[in-house]
Design a protein around this ligand. Structure first.
Ligand code: AMP
Length: 212
């Protein structure tokens, strides 16, 4: 592999569990077990490649500003971040889910301004504005599914996988906003300056994705 130093920011949690096997197939392996370590930066089997492990919502920031050359983050967080400050060359096709609106089962249409609870405020604003629907946005960081039954919101915008969480809280999925999976993003300057090493990694990751 080329000798340019390269920093890759990975999303911790369930995405990391699915990312590491793909990276291993692309011959990038951390030298210690990320899952059991409290460290945030890891050496790999290549002296020039380091891995950072962080919250997915911070990955686009690290990559846009060049503190990381590449990153892996969910498309939901990239849409919410809303910047064109990096390239998105590869869909890893992992952690697949849907970003949807959801409402109480059999809810009747809301006459007034729709109250929408979500942590994806930018996405929700854009989605409803494009449809000419006036909303009142309620920013929540978790336990969104409680908001409708407690009278805080009429609708939520959230990640849906099996739909079990919605169902358990008396909600049902309504509109699909976007299909979500984890993507590789690349800093624009790094793509030029470290093109050879980045292209080699992307090529190997693409092969790993295609053979998954
Ligand atoms: P489910 O009950 O299977 O529909 O899962 C819904 C919950 O799991 C959501 O509230 C999300 O917080 C979380 N979740 C499921 N899949 C993902 C994913 N790929 N990325 C992030 N969060 C997810």
């Amino acid at each position: 592999m080329n000798t340019s130093n390269l920093v890759i920011a990975l999303t911790k949690g369930r995405i990391l569990e699915e990312t590491l096997p793909l990276f291993e197939q692309a011959d990038i392996v951390p030298t210690e077990d990320i899952a059991t370590s409290r460290k945030l930066i890891f050496d790999t089997n290549h002296t020039n490649i380091k891995l950072l492990v962080m919250r997915g919502s911070d990955v686009p920031t690290y990559v846009e500003f060049g503190s990381a050359d590449m990153g892996v983050a969910g498309k939901d967080l990239l849409l919410e971040y809303g910047s064109e400050g990096f390239y998105e060359p590869l869909d890893l096709k992992i952690a697949a889910c849907r970003l949807m609106t959801a409402e109480p089962v059999n809810a009747s249409p809301v006459a007034d301004r729709l109250r929408v609870a979500t942590k994806f405020t930018n996405i929700a604003k854009k989605y409803f504005a494009e449809r000419g629907i006036q909303i009142e946005l309620i920013k929540l960081n978790g336990a969104l599914e409680l908001a409708p039954s407690l009278g805080l919101a009429d609708s939520i915008v959230d990640i849906v996988d099996t739909g079990n969480t919605l169902k358990a809280n008396g909600l049902e999925p309504r509109e699909l906003i976007a299909n979500i999976s984890s993507r590789v993003i690349v800093n624009k300057a790094s793509m030029k300056i470290k093109n050879a090493v980045i292209r080699e990694i992307l090529c190997k990751l693409r092969t790993a994705v295609d053979s998954a």
